[in-house]
Structures are given as structure tokens and as C-alpha cells.
Design a protein around this ligand. Sequence first.
Ligand code: BGC
Length: 701
Amino acid sequence: MKGMRNFIAISNIILFLPIITYAQNDEALPIYKNPAAPIEDRVNDLLGRMTTEEKIEQLSGGQLSIAGLTGLATLNAGYDTPDNERLGIPGLKFADGPRGVRFGKSTCFAVSASRAASWDRKLEENVGNAMGVETLAKARNCLLAPSINVVRHPGYGRAQETYGEDPFLLGEMGAAFINGAQKNVMADAKHYAANNIENTRQIVNVVIDERTLREVYLPHFKKAVQDAKVASVMSAYNRVNGLYCSENEHLLKDILKDEWGFDGFVVSDWFAFKIRPLRALEAGLDVEMPFALSYGLPLEIAEAIHRIPMESLDESVKRILRQKFRFGLFDIKRKVDADIHKSEEHKKLAYLSSLEGITLLKNNNNVLPLNRNTIKTIAVVGKYANTARLGDGGSSAVTPEYTVSPYEGIKNRAGNGVQVLLSEGGDAAAVASKADVTVVIAALTPQDEGEFLFISGGDRANLRLHEEDEQLIEAACKSSKKCVVVMEAGSAIIVEPWIDKADGIVMAWYPGQEGGNAIADVLFGNYNPSGKLPVTFGKSEDQYPPQLRNSLRATYGYYHGYRYIDKNNLEPRYEFGYGLSYTTFDYSNMRIDKLSAAKNDTINVSFDLTNSGEVDGNEVVQLYVGFESSKIDRSVKELKGFEKVAVAPGETKRVTIPIKVEDLAYYNVDKKAWEVENITYSVYIGASSKDIRLKGEFSVN
Ligand code: BGC
């Protein structure tokens, strides 16, 4: 009997073994766990296995808790959506940008405004890549950068976090950043849309006509989506035409998802208003952060009473899962050294991000570069002469391992024969009188401009330097033989009150952890400055449209920045695209390859660029298109291309800049369509938006 039982047992095992093994294989590898399966198959397979509660859980940060709130304050928690252990779905793990990763210690780059002033796409891609690598090193998977809001007015509190006033420049730099960051982690283009005022950011209703919205405030987001394939988009706090961005179906669904084909997810800005959860879900808000307040329980209740819009819920979950698969959250375990931010490579990149953005505004009698043969004593003065001003203290704040102040940088680079004096206080004028040249450091702080955090930041009260800095410039420049003012700020400064006192003016933005070294290298001519302004520096506030910083209702017009300047025939102090060099560049021999083009053509504009001076230089060449023969109200000209070109003394380089004819379209509101006019277009090649060196034209038929 015993033998018989054994036989049956063994034969059973043999009989069922293949079935068991097969079943195990099947269990071991559902489609969603198979890295070789197409992403959409994995998404659908996983979605089919999820309960409604599990789906709802995907849509927000954790439950509101004391621990979560403390975590928010220390920046180490509250930024995640939960992991699903039953199915093995990793949560989203966010970290802030965009001047570095705000999580523990990391590399502090120059702010985005400075990187915009570099006009260097490759550099921006490298910076994005480095931040992406550091995000991975911290076991995070989504970087909350880039910020691509238009600097509609230079008083915008978060101007430093973005790439200036022009939609084309914003789009190019934003896309470059995303391309770099997304080699490693998901990026997030923020804040969508028309988020250009800080003080009332939570409530302001931006009233904007459809054409202005499409042509001025959205093109860079479209580029982030279509060209750079950004994984996520953050909806802004403010309202647009009455509706909060997180509930704004026109923005989220009609434009972003349906028209542009965005296949990633929308995350709400932190604690953004969502009065009606179901409406937000149906309007296209996929993820609520940092806690499950509108989603979570309210959606579970809706489910219990059979009111949940299942299609919208599934749609949102799919969008989240799709990006999780795309970025390898289920499959790849790439290990990055936790100390990568200390590497020489990242330090060097921080230095370059500062160096290339530094913009030389004034250089009377070639006060710069400082000549080590004639200068024996340099005074570095100002309240922040020996402090590294890194920029805002809000969500973009970064804690680096070290910083280099302007004074330290100048000391580092001065060499043995040069004495460097420092004054951070009231004796600055006396110290300046002992020097051959005085460098005045005049900086703004997070109290002056930054993210609106109730106790600090917000929009600027005016566009001038601190009064004590203006007085210091007067006094120090009077007592010193020569004087150079170095400004650190996130956007335009009105320099009129003291401009005549200074021999030289340098815009250093908030230059990051290596800022002092970069400033010194520009002052001593170890590097020939190549920055060009991404924002208009007006002579007075009335050269800009109204700031509207405390408005609850803000009506935006079509024109701002250089387009406003051009339209109103104004002379700003330093125009958009302006920046001096220690060498000179000549432009010649322009050729447009198609004088008559079709709507889907790309036109190539080429010309010779010669370095006619004595030192190496990088020139940012700009291409603007004019619409003089248009039948409708259009800008005098708009930036449609640029290149940064390195040219050796005496060398001539042929530069080619493409123009996509479809980029010349305007938005026809009646037809709800983009339309390229059949007219003659002017082509302007310039060293800035005012300094036009070559002109031509072509027509579209
Ligand atoms: C900011 C976002 C930021 C988020 C998380 C918000 O207040 O507007 O830019 O990503 O906080 O820190």
C-alpha cells in the first residue's frame, strides 16, 4: 500500500510538474514585469491587475501627517507617491531643481537666468544631465525642473529660476535641460501656465486672450513636450481665464494632451487649489502633491457611491505607469556614487555655468580685463563681497559642499604681485581710496526676490539695487582710481542712478558655488565674457508693461520685453541679447538659401563671422524675423534662431542658422488654427536685438 501511495504521489508530481513549472513561469513573469514587452502592453497589463483603490493611490502623495509635514520642512519626505507592494509598483520620488538638486548636499549651479545668458544649449544639456545624475544618486526619480515661465516683467520673483523673456530662448534652453536630465530621470516642465507673478500666485486670475496665450506663454511648453518629450508637466497655482490651472481643461486636456499629444503626467504644484476633485481629474490633473487631499479619500468616496469617472481615472494611472516604465523604475537599478556632486566633473560644470553667463555691460576705456602689470592693489567692497549669493531660499535653494565668494575668487586668481583688500562695511570708501581699482559687489537677496513664502521672496518692489549699494557705488567709485560694479541678481537692474560713476559693469546673476572664481576669471581676462542678456534692462520701469505684482486679476497684453520696446520705439539701457566682449566680431556675406519658401520648408541663413580683435572669443549670434508686411498686428521682430560660436583672433567662420517656416505662424483665433502668412519676411542677423548687422528677406507662398 505504502509503495502504491508513493507511486501515485511520484507520478502525480511527474504529471503535474510541467503544469506547476508553467504556472510558476507565468506567475514569475506577467507581461508588465517583462522588460522586453512594449511599454503600452505593460501599462495595460498592470492596469488590469489593479483595484480601484490601488489606482487612486497612484494619483497623489501620501496621507497628510505630522511626519509628512516635518519631512516637507526638512526636504526629505512628503515628496513621494506611495510604493505599491502587492504589485511591486515603485512610487514617484520627486526632488526640486532647477539650480541643483534640493535634497541633501548637491552641486549648486548658476541659476537658470545665468545659464540663459550663456545661450549655450550644449552647456545646458550637460547641466541637466549632471542634475539628473545627482537626482539618481539620491534615489529620486523625478526632477522638478526646468522652470520655463516667461519673465513678463523683470520684477517677477522667480525670474532667476527661468530662462528670460523670450519664448524661443525659453524653449531651446528648456528642451536642452530636459534632454540632459532625462538621460537619467524624469524631468518636469513647470509651471503650466501663465505663472509670471509671485505675490498673488495662489489666487491671481490671469486674463489672457487666446492668441497671446498661444504665441507668447505656451510655445516653450510645446517644445518641452514635442521636441524634448518631457515626462511630466507641473500645473501652476494661478488661474487662467477664471479656472485654476489644476482644473483647467482647456490648458490640460485640449491643448497639452489632445493637441500636443503629451503622453506623460500632469502634477499639481504643491498644495495647489483643487476645489473640485472630480473636475480636476476629468480636466486632466493626474497627480496631486504633496499629499492626498483632493484625491485619496474624496475619490474613494466617489467610487463608493459610483460617481468616479473610471475612464479619467484609468487614463491618469496609465500616464503615470507609462513614464515609470519608460524611465526603468521597474527594471533598471543603476547605481550612482552618492558623492558624485563632489566630483571634479560636476565642480567644473558649476564653474562653466557661471562663467558663460557672466555678461559684460559696460567697459569704459577698457577698464577690463584688469591688467596685472599695472594693478598692484584691488579693493573688493560691499556687504556681500565675501559672501556667495546663490539666489532664492525657496524650493530652488541648494546646499553645496562649498562656495567661493567674489573676494575669495579674486584672491585665488590675483597672483602674488597683487594685493587684495576687503571691506564689507562702512569703511569701503576709505579702503577703495587705497586701491588701483575697486570692485564693488552689489547683490540682491531672497528677501528682495524669490518664491513667495509669506516671510520672504515674492516679486521685487522695484528694479534698483539696494539704496546702500547705490550709495556705496557713488562713494567707492569717487574715492577709487577706477571702479567696476559686479551685480548679482536674478533679472534686470535699473542702473541709471549711478551708471556714470562706474567704469565697468558686470552682470554675474546668482553665479552658483564656483561664482567667485568665474567672476575673477572674467575680471582678469582669463576668460573673455560671452554672456548676452536674456531680459531687457530698461532705463526706467515705464519701459515695461505694468508689473501687476499684487493683482488678483491680471490682464496680460501681447507685448513685453524687447517686443514691447520695439513696438513702442523705446531705447532701453541694455537691450535683450546685449553683452560686450574683449574682442570684436564682424558679420558679412549673408546668404538666404531660399528666397521663396513653402510652408513646410526650412530656410538656411548663413553668413561669415570674423573675430577682428586680439583674443579668443565666443559670440552669441542672433537671428530675428520681422513681419513688416503682415496684415495683422505682429511684433516688429521675434527671435527665431541663435548660435554660440567660438572664433579665434583673425579667424572667420561660416555660420548657418535654420528657420522653420512653420515657426513663423501666428494663431488665428477665428479659425482656431496656426497660420503662416503669405508675405515677405525680414531676416535680421544681430549681435543683440538692437545691434543688427545683416539684413535680408524671403517670402512664403
Ligand atoms: C513651487 C514648485 C516646487 C514645489 C515643490 C512649490 O511651491 O512652486 O516650483 O517644485 O513647491 O517644492
